[in-house]
Design a protein around this ligand. Structure first.
Ligand code: ATP
Ligand code: PRP
Ligand code: MG
Length: 286
């Protein structure tokens, strides 16, 4: 099983970090190498450009891929399926034009020129509008093209909006909303290794923003504690070893949202809990 991941750019680090947190530790993967082994002898990693990854998966150079949804759409591959939204690399592809120009809506682009690194997505977008500009493919610095009379508008990536603003461009319309996805070729989707990888990655995503809470509670206050813990399927209650059966204290463990931890601690304390411990969770397997 081979997974293609971005070799550089802004998606490289977070993707490697995610694989590591999922337990797929990379080995022998020194910088500039094309491949890396992982702790799982059946899983290798192929480093490729974010834009090439969908093709690599479709053609069989890799079985699974991790890259932006925008790249998967642009590649127009029809034999791959999405397995998981990894929820980072969030950005939008937008149609943008000079702030002080005369392009204010899609209709203003009839017969005009639109420059983009995403000609397929752009063509699909305009096909749905009935407006037919000339689409010119560029390989970078798209934001400059309206200022050098190469184009009247662009379709490009934005997230904070800083680059558009710096180039005095305004959003005319959103074309696509993107985040990083795990996807696989249709003919490998039933393989057990694919499900293993998907489960490992999704368990990391599920654990994000969650905390594990442990505490000791007098048995006769358990009902109150249950009332205040917004646990995942309720708390786990355990007898404490060597305690007398009738003895009073039990251990309570629960998974809670990070945002609820502060309030929950106050509430369980008021309900009689002591020795409260909060820890991070690496993975949460369904
Ligand atoms: N500003 C951004 N905010 C969030 N995600 C982004 C942003 N820019 C790009 N991305 C996402 O990252 C993907 C790859 O972009 P990145 O800039 O890392 O590579 P690239 O410029 O295509 O790489 P290369 O240097 O190989 O040409 C994009 O397809 C998109 O999904
Ligand atoms: O809305 P913003 O936060 O300003 O982000 C948008 C910019 O980010 C990307 O470029 P990147 O930084 O990846 O540089 P690149 O052109 O070298 O790929 C994209 O191509 C935009 O130019
Ligand atoms: Mg970029």
């Amino acid at each position: 099983m081979r997974i293609a991941v971005p070799n550089k750019g802004r998606l490289h680090e977070p993707t490697i970090d995610l694989l590591e947190r999922a337990g797929l530790h990379l080995e022998n993967g020194a910088d500039r190498k094309l491949y890396a082994d992982t702790v799982d002898p059946d899983v290798t990693v192929l480093f490729a450009r974010a834009a090439d990854i969908p093709e690599y998966v479709a053609d069989g150079a890799a079985d699974l891929g991790i890259t932006g949804f925008d790249q998967v759409q642009e590649a127009r591959v029809d034999n791959v399926a999405e397995l998981l939204d990894l929820e980072f690399g969030r950005c939008r592809l937008v149609l943008a034009a000079p702030e002080d120009g005369d392009i204010e809506s899609v209709d203003d682009l009839a017969g005009k020129i639109v420059a983009t690194e995403f000609p397929n997505i752009t063509a699909d977008f305009f096909a749905g509008t009935g407006v037919e500009p000339d689409i010119v493919e560029v390989s970078g610095a798209t934001e400059l093209t309206p200022h050098v009379e190469m184009a009247d508008a662009i379709v490009d990536i934005t997230s904070t909006g800083t680059t558009l603003k710096m180039n005095r461009l305004a959003v005319v319309e959103e074309v696509l909303s993107s985040s990083v996805r795990l996807f696989g070729r249709d003919d490998v989707l039933e393989e057990s290794k694919v499900e293993e990888v998907r489960t490992a990655l999704s368990s990391v995503k599920r654990a994000e923003g969650k905390r594990y809470l442990m505490m000791n509670v007098p048995r006769d206050r358990l009902a109150d504690i249950r009332d205040v813990i917004p646990g995942l399927g309720g708390p786990t209650v355990m007898d404490i070893a060597d305690e007398d059966e009738d003895e009073a204290t039990v251990a309570v463990h629960a998974v809670v949202n990070e945002g609820d931890v502060f309030e929950t601690i106050t509430e369980v304390k008021n309900a009689g809990a002591s020795d409260i411990l909060v820890t991070e969770i690496e993975r949460l397997v369904e």
